[in-house]
Design a protein around this ligand. Structure first.
Ligand SMILES: *Cc1c(COP(=O)(O)O)cnc(C)c1O
Length: 379
């Protein structure tokens, strides 16, 4: 089955009792048993729920993995992964990490004895020196947020495999339509389903996909034992969103390319960060491991004035000022005062996250309207 067919059909079947073509929302907590222990595979909805099962199988198929697990949010999914580690274990992670993941690692799990090392992985050759005997997991995010660095998944896997270290990839920005880390040798994919997979800014959810049956069993245990599961209504919405993932990602990518090229020519704009530019430092890797460049871009203004950037963002008509990304509608955000405000300014600037940096999640509206909106705001 090819990707677009999987998005619509994988794991999905007509409801056996009525023939309903859409997976029903099994809004139930429990399931009647014929005799004690004699049931149809469902006992209690924290443990299993039929709507969730269909979504989990669909997600596993999209990422070419064997096991899919859904959680109440992307961070709940990551939380479960960290709980499979033990005190003294070390996680090597990218330095340009989603802020919530950084907070979970440093403010929650560090005090339980896990160690985290955040390093620049945009040059994979330099990552080996940070691996120690205690390194158990490498956690990658690519493209990164908001600087749009690209990390070479295959090269990192190459470093990790011989040492028995697992590699997990946060594939939220790319989605399996553009990038399939398991095919590149990674052990696990994590998703904030909240973003492109859900795609309509109406669901908070997370997911994991993997092949290792033992690790999957541990995670299934944690899904039930810790209980941060996604509800059936949310699973239905995610399934509905995924049915158009391929079409949306094509349009997101096309529109972002057009916006990136427009911005780059605009006199007031300084730098545009988009991996599709041939002179992007990681363009070659992006081309190798992604089928297109996705819907995210960021840019800075000449003079790097924070007030000017903030003012500009109140002038957009279609690029709504909001956190999050990956919905059908275009959004813009100002990392310095929003998502990354908690990082000290000096550190922020050092990692290239300038005062005037604006991040855009380019939606699937008509590109003429989006470009006209940018033009009127910038002028
Ligand atoms: C949003 C996001 C997360 C966290 O997911 P939630 O669903 O908000 O918990 C993790 N990684 C990336 C890259 C994200 O954009």
């Amino acid at each position: 089955m090819k990707f677009a067919t999987k998005a619509i059909h994988a794991g999905v079947f007509p409801d056996p009792s009525t023939g309903a073509i859409m997976t029903p929302i099994y809004q139930t907590t429990t399931y009647v048993q014929k005799a004690p222990g004699d049931h149809k595979g469902y006992e209690y909805s924290r443990t299993q729920n039929p709507t969730r099962t269909v979504l989990q199988e669909n997600l596993a198929a999209l990422e070419n993995g064997s096991y899919g697990l859904c959680f109440a949010s992307g961070l709940a999914a990551t939380d479960a992964v960290m709980k499979t580690l033990s005190p003294g274990d070390e996680v090597l992670s990218t330095n340009d990490l989603y802020g919530g993941t950084y907070r979970l690692f440093t403010k929650v799990f560090q005090k339980y004895g896990l160690d985290f090392n955040f390093v620049d992985m945009s040059n994979a050759n330099e990552v080996g020196q940070y691996i120690s005997d205690r390194t158990k997991l490498i956690w990658i995010e690519t493209p990164t947020n908001p600087m749009m660095h690209i990390i070479d998944i295959e090269a990192i896997v190459g470093l990790a495999k011989s040492k028995g270290i697992k590699v997990a990839v946060d594939n939220t920005f790319a989605t399996p339509f553009l990038q399939r880390p398991l095919d590149l040798g990674a052990d696990m994919v994590m998703h904030s389903v909240t973003k492109y997979l859900g795609g309509h800014s109406d669901v908070i959810m997370g997911a994991l996909v993997l092949n290792d049956s033992q690790w999957a069993e541990q995670l299934e245990f944690l899904q039930n034992a810790s209980g941060a599961v996604s509800g059936p209504q949310d699973c239905f919405l995610a399934l509905r969103g995924i049915k158009t993932l391929h079409l949306r990602m094509q349009r997101h990518s096309e529109n972002a390319a057009a916006v990136a090229h427009f911005l780059r020519k605009y006199p007031r704009v300084d730098q545009v960060f988009w991996p599709g530019f041939e002179d992007h430092p990681n363009h070659v890797i992006a081309k190798k491991q992604m089928s297109d460049f996705g819907g995210m871009i960021s840019f800075t203004l000449k003079g790097d004035d924070i007030e000017e950037a903030k003012h500009l963002m109140t002038k957009f008509k279609y690029f709504q000022l909001a956190e999050s990304l990956g919905g059908v509608e275009s959004l813009c955000g100002h990392p310095a005062s929003m998502t990354h405000a908690s990082i000290p300014r000096e550190e922020r600037i050092k990692s290239g996250l300038l005062d005037s940096l604006i991040r855009m999640s380019v939606g699937i509206e008509d590109i003429d309207d989006l470009v006209a909106d940018l033009e009127q705001a910038l002028s």
